[in-house]
Write a protein that binds this ligand. Structure first.
Ligand SMILES: C[S@@+](CC[C@H](N)C(=O)[O-])C[C@H]1O[C@@H](n2cnc3c(N)ncnc32)[C@H](O)[C@@H]1O
Length: 241
């Protein structure tokens, strides 16, 4: 990950922007030969702005998991919730999934920035990727228009306990009409008092935790270099069987 360039908006009209580069790579063995596969994604971030304009530590963890499981993605219908700068969704789209990014319908500037992140990575809106307003817990017609879903993504959506149930209600609703779909989400532990366990049970959901420690080991990545001191968990939530 590196910072590439920036402009400081010295006319006072625009917040400082930086371009942050994320590189995903793997060593694979093809007919006895070691080959490297690589994907680069560049995310524009606005400093001094609110939380949807910045890539949170949870996002590269989820993106690395998608990268390492990329054989699952081509043709899959993917929806990302609370996308912000949308690193996981953009990675999924680059790897062949049919992706719909979503961001709160009440935050038009954030939605515009999500679109800009797509354009920066040469993803044409409404052709290579869709971006929609979707506010957790609100069941508007745009939720219906999503169509089939195989994978729901969410990076650092559980940052405010008041929203936890709205997120899981939205997920439960999507899983009701897509019974084999899964919600892959990264959760940054901010307080040991916070829990989603009772809400999972209330909404008929179950959860497994994926180990993140081996992500990127084939290319010498230490995932903890990406997440620093944060405690991040990768959860896979499905309908209770
Ligand atoms: C902590 S940020 C995470 C952003 C991004 N997923 C990441 O990991 O870098 C939380 C995101 O959720 C979005 N959000 C907050 N409340 C929301 C709501 N009620 N409905 C939909 N999105 C919401 C924010 O705009 C923001 O993009």
């Amino acid at each position: 990950m590196s910072l590439m360039s920036g402009h400081d908006g010295s006319d006072g009209s625009a917040p400082i922007e930086q371009l942050r580069k994320f590189v995903f790579s793997s060593k694979i063995n093809v007919s006895g030969e070691n080959r490297e596969e690589k994907l680069e994604v560049v995310i524009p971030e606005l400093l001094q702005a609110t939380y949807s304009f910045y890539t949170w530590p949870s996002a590269p963890v989820l993106a690395w998991f998608l990268w390492e499981n990329r054989q699952e993605l081509p043709g899959k219908y993917v929806v990302e919730l609370g996308s912000g700068t949308a690193l996981p969704g953009i990675v999924a789209a680059k790897l062949g999934a049919r992706v719909t990014l979503s961001e709160s319908a009440t935050l038009p500037k954030s939605l515009a920035h999500t679109k800009r992140c797509c354009q920066q990575n040469k993803l044409v809106i409404n052709q290579d990727i869709r971006v929609i307003g979707l506010t957790w817990g609100l069941f508007l017609s745009n939720l219906e228009s999503i169509g089939p879903v195989d994978i729901i993504l969410g990076s650092d959506c559980f940052f405010e306990p008041a929203n936890f149930e709205d997120i899981l209600v939205t997920v439960a609703y999507l899983l009701e009409s897509n019974i084999d779909a899964k919600f892959l989400c990264t959760y940054q532990e901010r307080s040991s008092d916070w829990s989603i366990e009772h809400l999972l049970s209330k909404w008929g959901l179950q959860c497994v935790v994926h180990d993140i420690n081996n992500l990127g080991v084939s290319v010498g990545l230490n995932i903890h270099d990406l997440i620093g001191d944060h405690s991040i968990h990768l959860l896979e939530i499905t309908r209770k069987s």
